[in-house]
Design a protein. Structure first.
Length: 758
C-alpha cells in the first residue's frame, strides 16, 4: 500500500506522523522501551497532544531482534501473530552512552540513536544490515480508510530481496508490491496460496513481520531504497534475523517458527492421481496402476482426487458407491500392490452433505454475527466452513478422517483453505476474522497432520497441502497449486518453490505436466525431469489423465528413467532431508542460498540446488536448449553423461528428452543406492560411494541414512595421489564399494575401509 505521492507529497486526505526522536529510553533486563515522538521536543508545549509511538526492542531467540511498535497500546482486540514455538528469553546485553542505546542478542545488535533524528540501526559486529531511518517508522491517519502503521527498512546498493511466501512473480522481489493475504489465484498471477511475511536479503539477514493479518509490502517500489511493510491498526511487530549467510538466517528463522518433521521415505517416490474432473472408478484406477507396473514404471503412491466422493457432497468423507462399492477391499488390494493411498479432502461441507445438518446443529461451522451458519456457493453449493478454533469441531472432523484411516488410507491431500471470509463471520474462540484468515490454513493442516501422527505414528505422518502460512513448514508437504500446462507455467512454478523454500519450508512439490489443460509432449517430458528432481514428485491434472502413455510412448521412457534415477539418489536425498529437519536449510535451495558470495547466483531462478552437491537446470524450451551457470572455480561433472565442465561460467547446452543439466559439485562423495524400483529400501546395503573431483590431499564427507530416518553410516573419502580411501567413522555399510570416474573398487562385504587406485 502506497501512502505517498512520489518523494514529497502524501496521498490525498492522509496525515502522516513519523518518528523523529527517541525522546526517552528505558532499559530493563531483557528489553529497551523507547518513547518515539513524532515531532521534535523543543519545550514543554511540544509534549502536549499529537501521536507518540512506544517501541519495544527485545529478543525472542538468540540472533533475532524483535521490534514491537504501538500507538494505542490497549485499543484493539487481542492480536494474532506468527506462531513461534521456539521463542524464549535468551540472554541479551544492553549498554548505553550519550549517543545511543544498544541491545545485543548473539550476533545481532540494534542501536537506538539518541536525540533528534530517528534511527534504528541493525548490525552484525560493525556491519550494518539495515536501518529504520528518516520517515521510516510512521503512523498514518487516512480518513475513512482508517489508521495504519508502517516501517521502512533500508536497502543498500545491489541488495536483492527474496521470499515472501510461494510467489510466482519474478524471483527477485525488488520493485514489487506484495499483499500478504492467502488467495486461491493459481500460479499465473501475483496472488499466493502460501503467504509468508518474511523476506530474505542477499546481504545475509532476514525480516519476519510478526503479523497474522494482512501486511502490505512495498519492496523498493514506493521508496526505491527501502522495503516498506504496513498494516491497518494501532500496532506493528517485526523481527530482524541475523546471518551472516542465507543458511544461517533460515536456521534461525526455523529455530524460532518451527522446523519440518521428516516425511517418510515412501513419500519421495512417484505419486499418481486420478486427476480432478476426469471420469474414474476402481476399474480406472486399477487399470492405471497395473499399466504402470506392466510398463515397468515404478509407483509409490496413488491418490484419489475429489470425485472419490459423490458430486455436490464434498466433503462427506464417504466413498461414492457407484464407482467404489468395496472401498476397504479396494484399499487392501492396492496395498498388496505395494502402494500407499492418498485421499483428497477440504475443510468445506456442502449443503447436500449428510454432515451439513450435523455440523450446523453442533455449531461446528463459521457463523454469521446473527448466530446462523455462514454459507457460500463458491466451490460447493451452499457450503459451510469448519471452524478449527472450536476443539469439538476439530475432534468431529478428525473423527471422520479416523474412520478413513481405519479403512486403510495412508495420508490426505489437504486442498483449499484460502477462500476464508474475513468479514461478516464469527469464530468460536472470538478471533478477529481478518487476523484469522491466513492462520486458518495453518490450523486446518495442523488438525489433519496431528491426527496422522496419532494414528499412523510420528514417522509416517504426511499431508499434501496447498495453502499454509508462516511456520507451516511444521506440517509437510506442500505443493504449488493450479498451474497451466506450458513452459511458462513450469518456470513460474519453480519461482514459487524457490520463494517458499527461501522462507524456511524444507519440502515442496508441484503438478508434473501442469494442472490445467493437456500438456504438449515436450512440456510433459521436461516437467517429468523437473518433478522427479524436486523433493516430492506427483503426476496430477484437471481434465486430462496424467499417465504418460496418453501423451506419447517416449514419455514412458522418460518417466521410467527419472523415477529410477531418483530412487538411486535416495541415500543422498534422504540424508539431505534429515539435515533439513535438523537445520532448517531446505532440500531444494535457490542458488543464492547455497552460493551467496557469487554475484552471478543472485538473480538465478531457472536452476537450483538439491542439497549442496547437485545442481539442476530444468529445460524450458521445445528445442532442448538451456542456459545455466556453474558457480565456483572447480570442475563439475554431469551426472548423466560424465562430462566435466569448469565452474565460474555460463554454459549453453542442448538436451534430448532423456537428459538435462544435472551436475555434481567438485569434492563430492555421492552415495548411490542399489535399488531403482522404490524409494524406501536399505540404503546401507549395496551402496556405491561415487567420488567426484576430489582434490589431491583433500577429503570429503558422506552420510548414508536409514530408511526410518536414522544414520546408517558416516565417514569420509581421502585422496592421496591416485589412491582414494573411504573410511567409515560411524555405523556400518554392507556390500559397498567406491567409484571414481566410472571405475569401481571391489565390493566390501563389511568393514570400515575401502580403497581404489585410479
Amino acid at each position: 500500500m502506497k501512502f505517498t505521492d512520489g518523494q514529497w507529497l502524501l496521498q490525498p486526505g492522509l496525515a502522516a506522523h513519523y518518528a523523529v526522536e527517541a525522546y526517552d529510553i528505558q532499559a530493563f533486563d531483557d528489553r529497551l522501551v523507547v518513547l518515539a515522538t513524532t515531532r521534535p521536543i523543543k519545550h514543554r508545549g511540544d509534549t502536549l497532544a499529537g501521536p507518540v509511538l512506544t517501541v519495544t526492542l527485545s529478543s525472542p531467540a538468540e540472533g533475532v531482534l524483535r521490534v514491537s511498535v504501538a500507538h494505542y497500546v490497549d485499543s484493539e482486540p487481542p492480536r494474532l501473530h506468527v506462531p513461534m514455538p521456539g521463542a524464549g528469553r535468551p540472554a541479551v546485553h544492553i549498554e548505553q552512552d550519550e549517543h545511543r542505546a544498544t541491545l545485543t542478542s548473539g550476533a545481532i545488535s540494534v542501536d537506538v540513536h539518541k536525540g533528534e533524528g530517528w534511527r534504528l540501526s541493525f548490525r552484525e559486529g560493525d556491519r550494518v544490515l539495515t536501518r529504520s531511518d528518516w520517515r521510516g517508522l510512521g503512523y498514518l491517519q487516512w480518513g475513512d480508510k482508517g489508521n495504519f502503521l508502517h516501517e521502512q527498512l533500508t536497502l543498500q546498493v545491489g541488495e536483492n530481496v527474496y521470499g515472501l511466501g510461494e510467489r510466482f512473480t519474478p524471483w527477485v522481489k525488488n520493485g514489487q508490491v506484495v499483499e500478504n493475504t492467502n488467495k486461491d489465484g493459481g500460479t499465473a498471477c501475483e496472488q499466493a496460496y502460501k503467504s509468508v511475511p518474511f523476506y530474505l536479503s542477499s546481504r545475509g539477514y532476514g525480516v519476519l513481520v510478526n503479523e497474522a493479518g494482512p501486511v502490505s509490502f512495498e519492496v523498493a517500489s514506493e521508496k526505491t531504497t527501502r522495503v516498506q511493510f504496513s498494516r491497518a491498526g494501532e500496532s506493528l511487530d517485526y523481527c530482524v534475523i541475523a546471518g551472516p549467510t542465507p543458511k544461517h538466517v533460515l536456521q534461525r528463522l526455523t529455530a524460532l517458527t518451527g522446523r519440518a518433521p521428516l516425511p517418510p521415505a515412501w513419500t519421495f517416490g512417484l505419486w499418481l492421481t486420478t486427476s480432478f474432473t476426469t471420469q474414474y472408478d476402481e476399474a480406472t484406477a486399477t487399470h492405471f496402476i497395473d499399466e504402470m507396473a506392466r510398463r515397468e514404471l515404478p509407483l509409490s503412491v496413488f491418490h484419489f482426487d475429489c470425485f472419490w466422493m459423490r458430486e455436490f457432497q464434498w466433503c462427506d468423507f464417504q466413498w461414492d458407491p457407484r464407482g467404489f462399492p468395496d472401498p476397504e477391499g479396494m484399499l487392501a488390494r492396492l496395498h498388496a500392490k505395494g502402494l500407499k493411498i492418498s485421499l483428497w479432502i477440504n475443510p468445506y461441507i456442502a449443503q447436500k452433505s449428510p454432515l451439513f445438518a450435523e455440523g450446523v446443529q453442533a455449531g461446528y461451522f463459521l457463523k454469521r454475527p446473527n448466530g446462523l451458519t455462514w454459507q457460500t456457493d463458491l466451490w460447493q453449493p451452499g457450503m459451510a466452513i469448519v471452524d478449527f478454533t472450536n476443539p469439538a469441531a476439530v475432534a468431529w472432523y478428525q473423527g471422520h478422517l479416523r474412520r478413513l484411516l481405519a479403512m486403510g488410507v495412508d495420508c490426505f491431500k489437504t486442498d483449499f483453505g484460502e477462500r476464508i471470509p474475513s468479514e461478516g463471520v464469527v469464530y468460536h474462540d472470538g478471533s478477529d476474522p481478518v487476523e484469522m484468515h491466513n492462520l486458518y490454513a495453518l490450523k486446518y493442516n495442523e488438525a489433519v497432520f496431528e491426527l496422522l501422527r496419532e494414528v499412523r505414528g510420528p514417522d509416517e505422518a504426511v499431508v499434501f497441502a496447498r495453502s499454509t502460512y508462516a511456520s507451516g513448514q511444521r506440517y509437510p508437504v506442500h505443493w504449488g497449486g493450479d498451474c497451466w500446462s506450458n513452459f511458462e507455467s513450469m518456470a513460474e512454478s519453480l519461482r514459487g518453490g524457490l520463494s517458499l523454500t527461501s522462507c524456511g519450508f524444507a519440502f515442496w512439490s508441484h503438478d508434473i505436466g501442469g494442472f490445467e489443460g493437456k500438456p504438449p509432449p515436450a512440456v510433459y517430458k521436461r516437467w517429468i525431469q523437473f518433478g522427479l528432481l524436486s523433493s516430492h514428485s506427483r503426476l496430477h491434472g484437471s481434465s486430462f489423465y496424467r499417465v504418460p502413455w496418453l501423451v506419447d510412448e517416449e514419455s514412458c521412457d522418460v518417466l521410467r528413467a527419472f523415477t529410477q534415477l531418483k530412487h538411486r539418489l535416495m541415500p543422498y536425498l534422504y540424508a539431505k532431508a534429515i539435515e533439513a529437519t535438523e537445520t532448517g536449510v531446505p532440500l531444494m535451495r535457490a542458488m543464492v542460498v547455497e552460493h551467496p558470495d557469487d554475484p552471478a547466483c543472485a538473480p538465478l531462478d531457472r536452476q537450483y540446488k538439491l542439497g549442496e552437491s547437485l545442481l539442476v537446470a530444468p529445460v524450458f524450451t521445445d528445442s532442448g536448449e538451456v542456459d545455466f551457470y556453474l558457480p565456483g572455480a572447480g570442475t563439475w561433472t554431469d551426472l548423466l553423461s560424465g562430462e566435466k565442465r569448469a565452474g565460474g561460467r555460463w554454459l549453453r547446452e542442448t538436451h534430448g528428452h532423456m537428459s538435462l543439466p544435472l551436475y555434481v559439485a567438485p569434492n563430492t562423495v555421492l552415495p548411490w543406492g542399489a535399488d531403482d524400483q522404490r524409494p524406501d529400501y536399505d540404503y546401507a546395503r549395496g551402496v556405491v560411494l561415487r567420488v567426484f573431483e576430489l582434490a589431491d590431499g583433500a577429503r570429503a564427507g558422506f552420510t548414508v541414512p536409514t530408511v526410518d530416518g536414522g544414520i546408517a553410516a558416516r565417514g569420509e573419502v581421502r585422496r592421496e595421489g591416485r589412491q582414494y580411501t573411504a573410511v567409515i567413522s560411524e555405523g556400518r555399510l554392507h556390500d559397498w564399494r567406491i567409484e571414481v570416474d566410472g571405475r569401481r573398487g571391489p565390493v566390501q562385504a563389511g568393514g570400515d575401509t575401502a580403497s581404489l587406485d585410479v
